[in-house]
Design a protein around this ligand. Structure first.
Ligand SMILES: [Zn+2]
Ligand SMILES: [Zn+2]
Length: 99
């Protein structure tokens, strides 16, 4: 079958302009992208770049998550001790009046 008769995998109404060498499917101009001189579809492009990108993204997310947890923990600790102090004030006050 010739390329002109092919339709984009994602867009039924669009004519395919290129065939992805990775998945051998046909795609329209919008669905195909140039990656290091190779014309691949966006799905395959994601597969090609994901290992590195996801790792850095994962690390960044972990870092951000860690920072979030640490700041939350510090905040919690702060309020916990603040509460402890406020709780202890009347207690010592009581103790002072009792003794
Ligand atoms: Zn592909
Ligand atoms: Zn398309």
């Amino acid at each position: 079958m010739s390329l002109a008769l092919q339709r984009c995998l994602h867009h039924e109404e669009r004519e395919a302009v290129a065939q992805c060498p990775e998945c051998t499917r046909y795609y329209c101009r919008e669905c195909i992208t140039d990656h290091n001189g190779r014309v691949v579809c966006k799905t395959c492009l994601q597969k090609l770049v994901t290992p590195v990108a996801s790792q850095t993204q994962f690390m960044r997310r972990m870092l951000r998550g860690g920072m979030c947890v640490v700041s939350f923990y510090l905040l919690w600790l702060f309020f916990y001790y603040l509460g402890e102090i406020f709780y202890q004030i009347p207690e010592t006050f009581h103790e002072g009046t009792i003794w």
